[in-house]
Ligand binder design. Structure first.
Ligand SMILES: Nc1ncnc2c1ncn2[C@@H]1O[C@H](COP(=O)(O)OP(=O)(O)OP(=O)(O)O)[C@@H](O)[C@H]1O
Ligand SMILES: Nc1nc2c(ncn2[C@@H]2O[C@H](COP(=O)(O)O)[C@@H](O)[C@H]2O)c(=O)[nH]1
Length: 235
């Protein structure tokens, strides 16, 4: 996200877990009481939730909307149960299972973090084994990423997302299946509409070179369900 601040945003989850020393409420998590999150879940405010390592964790609709409202793709860091819930919804998403290079290494990392008791470490290791067992459940994850060397893992993530040749400061382009399909610049912008002009000569190819994006079509509704950007050609 640091490399692509305008493309991606993080969904700040709610959790009943106690904050770790450097964790900030509202940044790393929304730290909350169990009774409060349970009430909000029953009010339909959550896209998904799960009981993980003895605590409740959940993604609120508001957390996702605050990212998508800025026109960014939303990143969720959720457990396997949460992934199943999102997979079962109508949200369009890419599911990546991130795993440690070995259990020994995971144990070493958890101990080095120094934030869990021995009992909690054992619980997290048991849960990690169960999650790894489910990582190849048919139709659940699209990719598996081994988090050995952090930099190498990040480079592989960018490859999966076809971001490896893409830079934040380059022209925005529409990438589909790794192929550049069209490139547009903003001609005019109002509160309700963006007028875009093709930078490639689409007119010569018999397609439109002026597009209108209707921003009002983005407001309201659960994320990804009722939303879709309405686009119409101008010429
Ligand atoms: N590539 C890496 N190299 C070294 N340490 C790492 C690497 N990736 C993560 N860590 C460290 O390992 C610890 C556990 O990582 P993380 O919290 O991401 O695990 P997790 O898979 O979410 O596990 P859990 O579900 O138990 O939280 C953290 O202290 C993190 O900083
Ligand atoms: N289903 C969900 N799982 C979540 C969410 N936020 C975090 N998590 C997962 O919980 C564990 C533990 O996290 P930690 O911060 O206590 O180490 C980890 O696997 C996260 O992916 C959520 O909103 N929903």
């Amino acid at each position: 996200m640091k490399e692509y601040p305008t493309k991606f945003g993080f969904s700040v989850s709610h959790t009943t877990r106690a904050p770790r020393e450097k964790e900030i409420d509202g940044v790393h998590y929304h730290f909350t009481e169990r009774s409060k999150i349970e009430e909000e879940i029953s009010e339909g405010k959550f896209l998904e939730f799960a009981h993980v390592h003895g605590n409740v964790y959940g993604t609120s609709i508001e957390a996702v909307e605050s990212v998508t409202d800025e026109g960014k793709r939303c990143i969720l860091d959720i457990d396997v149960q949460g992934a199943r819930s999102v997979r079962a919804s109508s949200l369009e998403a890419i599911f990546i299972f991130v795993c440690p290079p070995s259990f020994e290494e995971l144990e070493k990392r958890l101990r080095a973090r120094g934030t869990e008791t021995e009992e909690q470490i054992q619980k997290r290791l048991r849960n990690a084994r169960a999650e790894l067992d489910q990582s190849n459940s048919p139709g659940l994850f699209d990719h598996l990423l081994v988090n050995d060397d952090l930099e190498a893992c990040y480079e592989n993530l960018k490859k999966l997302l076809s971001l490896d040749d893409d830079h934040e400061d380059s022209n925005d382009s529409f990438i589909k299946d790794g192929k550049e399909t069209a490139c547009y610049s903003i001609l005019s912008k109002t509160n309700s509409e963006f007028l875009l002009q093709s930078e490639t000569n689409e007119a010569e190819k018999g397609t439109t070179n002026l597009l209108s994006l209707h921003l009002s079509s983005l407001s309201g509704g659960a994320p990804g369900r009722t939303r879709g950007l309405k686009i119409s050609s101008v010429n």
